[in-house]
Design a protein around this ligand. Structure first.
Ligand SMILES: [Zn+2]
Ligand SMILES: [Zn+2]
Length: 100
């Protein structure tokens, strides 16, 4: 199962979902020539009329690409990691000293 962005709200949804679970937008692609609704994960020509590009999904996805999401690191995790790194440094130093 692949995840795609909702056409409307850009939520990450299954490419098999016909409707966005978040905003309810219809996720099927509509063939420009015969107006047949095709599943979002449909690739290739329209089965109804043979239109080679029934929906320009790639272009839409490009336009909807969300800006880079910066997730704030959890300060507690950062502190833990710093602590761990420090301990490793101390241990490494102790090992070095004992080798001499
Ligand atoms: Zn949506
Ligand atoms: Zn068609």
């Amino acid at each position: 199962m692949a995840l795609v962005n909702c056409f409307q709200c850009a939520a990450r949804i299954s490419d098999r979902a016909e409707h966005c679970p978040k905003c309810g937008a219809d996720q099927r692609i509509i063939c420009e020539d015969c107006q047949t609704a095709l599943p979002r994960n449909h690739h290739g020509a329209c089965p109804e009329c043979g239109n080679p590009t029934p929906g320009d999904v790639d272009v839409i996805e490009e336009a909807l690409k969300p800006a880079v999401i910066v997730t704030e690191p959890d300060p507690e995790v950062v502190e833990e990691q710093a602590e761990l790194r420090y301990q490793q440094l101390v241990e490494a130093e102790n090992r070095d000293l004992s080798l001499r």
